[in-house]
Design a protein around this ligand. Structure first.
Ligand code: GLC
Ligand code: CA
Length: 544
């Protein structure tokens, strides 16, 4: 049995986890210092968002040197010390690595752009323009504007699916594929157990880079995703990459936005020798529409969740509700004021009883909420800043209206510092960090959570332990069960052991049948009143 089938992963955005040396930025030493907390929680694998040298214009997803640690985070020696500490605790390490693109400050790009015929020219995707226009009409769905930019040195344009300082690598070039395999090997040799391959489903681009269709209604080009998202060429490149890696049970997760079930199989079925698992976003990206009731929202979300629970049993999906790109889990799917604790626990029960390899995003285990800064200038996320520039400064939309949307969508919701205690800077750092803590840090922090047996943290601990003890939760099949709107019910079964999860994700009481002859394995609330009624945000697992 491969180790990742049994693991619980914890995702860390290192800048914001814990600042050990007091310069206002989280660091590798900070992760090592707080390891006891994570050991207590019971997570077995850490996934670190990019730790490589980077100009940090996109949270480290703009790499300047793949084999160097970002100075603010520490040194290679510090990295080795972290690996050693993890090994002492039988823990594993996964690095998040963006290899679809680099920073424009990367050496390869600096060489590449210098002239039209140098050794690194073909490391990136250069094309001649069409008269005054870029080589094709692709518009970035992520950051807006053309996917092409020019440099001063030559006339050609280079392709960038993200910002213009994130040039796309040319995976058609065997030298790029070889260089990337070497980079991964460098980290495997230093003790890394796997990688989360950032936007790996975009490395294969349609040869000829054809124009996107024009939308007949707007007259504007449609988003060009069909020409590079989950393109068949990506599969070959990933298989080649995998075959070059030397190491025992190296776990490869692909970030694969927009995958279909068939594509997920192609990426992650073991016989394909490609990825081991994949991240799909259909469920996590699901948003409440304006004025929609929580019942209706939960029903919509449930349909997406269940669809991906029922995929081919040979394929392991990742299961996650939050990440460094998303809203805080409790703010998105639960209720983050009156029922913050209850709904955080209900979501923990759900996450850790669903099929898939679970990922807890840092802070979820203490029920951290969206940041909701009142002041725009507090936001740092590049996408938030671009939206402000485009909509408020250039577009003249009312600031208050845009701010309210930002409250729910900014990636800073996930990236502001962890609240360790109620002290200055929420105990994250001795000095004021770049991103402020949320205003609720006195009520929502590790110190309060750690000591309270009824806390969100204590519940996560219990739930992780139960997942470890129950094969049915880790390996069992999945079967959807009937329930009233707003309640999520399903069954997991393994070798005759049946576990039934029942979770009420609304703030109203809901009828939910107690199964005759069953016993309660774990519950978010103490049992009281009618067994066939779930109170607001109550969840439980029954065993049969
Ligand atoms: C992925 C990352 C995101 C980053 C983007 C570009 O979507 O999760 O944080 O901005 O890739 O690398
Ligand atoms: Ca620091």
């Amino acid at each position: 049995m491969t180790w990742w089938k049994d693991t619980v992963i914890y995702e860390i955005y290192p800048e914001s986890f814990y600042d050990a040396n007091g310069d206002g930025v989280g660091d590798l030493a900070g992760i090592r210092e707080k390891l006891p907390e994570l050991v207590e929680l019971g997570v077995e694998t850490l996934w670190l968002c990019p730790i490589f040298s980077s100009p940090m214009k996109d949270g480290g997803y703009d790499v300047g040197d793949y084999c160097g640690i970002r100075e603010e985070l520490g040194t290679l020696e510090e990295f080795d010390a972290l690996v050693a500490a993890l090994k002492r605790n039988q823990m594993r390490l996964i690095l998040d690595i963006p290899i679809n693109h680099t920073s424009d400050q990367h050496n390869w790009f600096q060489h590449s752009k210098a002239s039209s015929d140098n050794l690194y020219r073909d490391f990136y995707i250069w094309r001649a323009g069409k008269g005054e226009s870029p080589p094709n009409n692709w518009i970035s769905s992520k950051v807006g504007g053309s996917c092409w930019a020019q440099t001063e040195e030559t006339e050609d344009y280079y392709l960038h699916l993200y910002s213009d300082w994130q040039p796309d690598l040319n995976w058609e070039n065997p030298a790029v594929r070889e260089a990337m395999a070497k980079v991964l090997q460098f980290w495997i040799d230093r003790g890394v157990d796997g990688f989360r391959l950032d936007v790996i489903n975009k490395i294969g681009k349609e040869p000829g880079l054809p124009d996107a269709n024009i939308d007949p209604e707007t007259g504007l080009p449609e988003y060009p995703e069909p020409y590079f998202q989950n393109h068949p060429l990506s599969h070959g490149y990933i298989q080649e990459l995998r075959s070059r890696l030397k190491g025992d049970e190296i776990f490869l997760i692909g970030q694969t936005q927009g995958v279909s079930e068939a594509e997920a199989y192609a990426y992650a079925a073991p016989i394909r020798n490609e990825l081991d698992s994949f991240l799909q976003f259909e469920a996590t990206d699901f948003q409440k529409s304006k004025g929609e009731s929580q019942e209706a929202f939960v029903e919509g979300w449930k349909a997406k969740l269940f669809r991906w629970q029922m995929i081919d049993e040979r394929v392991d999906a990742m299961i996650f509700f939050g990440s460094h790109d998303l809203s805080r889990t409790v703010s998105h799917f639960g209720e983050d004021e009156r029922y913050r604790r209850e709904s955080s626990k209900a979501l923990a029960l759900l996450l850790l009883s669903l099929r898939g390899i679970p990922v807890i995003y840092m802070g979820e285990e203490i029920g951290m909420t969206n940041a909701r800064y009142r002041d725009f200038s507090k936001y740092q996320d590049i996408r938030t800043r671009l939206a402000y520039q485009r909509r408020v400064i250039e577009g003249g939309e009312p600031e208050e209206k845009v701010l309210r949307e930002i409250w729910e969508t900014s990636r800073d919701n996930a990236r502001y510092p962890i609240h360790w205690n109620a002290g200055p800077n929420a105990g994250f750092s001795r000095i004021k960090p770049r991103l402020s803590p949320a205003s609720n840090y006195r009520q929502v922090n590790f110190e309060i959570e750690g000591e309270d047996p009824n806390s969100v943290f204590s519940f996560y601990k219990k739930m992780i332990r139960i997942r470890r003890l129950e094969d049915a939760l880790r390996r069992g099949g999945f079967r959807a069960a009937e329930s009233v709107p707003g309640v999520i019910c399903f069954e997991r079964e393994w070798q005759g052991r049946r576990l039934v999860t029942q979770v009420n994700l609304t703030d109203a009481e809901k009828v939910c049948e107690w199964i005759e002859g069953s016993a309660c394995r774990i519950a978010t609330h103490a049992l009281q009143g009618e067994a066939s009624v779930l109170s607001a945000f109550e969840g439980r697992i029954l065993m049969i």
